[in-house]
Design a protein around this ligand. Structure first.
Ligand SMILES: [Zn+2]
Length: 76
């Protein structure tokens, strides 16, 4: 149930209800399914999974220095 609450906070209750409507619920591999279908992405720096916008937001908060260094290195 904690996972459902996290989903509701992270992606909005509408998404959680959508997942529930498709038969997915807490404890199911909905994240892996979403990643395999290309809907969600996996964070390159950890095992965080979420929509592209969520990954970007997560990276800024959790891996700001890491992502920044990688971006600068790529440009040079
Ligand atoms: Zn991460």
């Amino acid at each position: 149930m904690a996972e459902a609450a996290l989903l509701a906070v992270e992606y909005g209750s509408s998404i959680a209800q959508l997942l529930h409507g498709h038969g997915y619920g807490p404890g199911h591999s909905v994240s892996a399914r979403a990643v395999s279908e290309g809907v969600w992405l996996t964070c390159p720096a950890c095992d965080y999974v979420g929509a592209p916008a969520s990954i970007a937001n997560h990276s800024k908060k959790a891996h700001a220095t890491t992502i920044g260094e990688q971006a600068q290195g790529a440009e040079r």
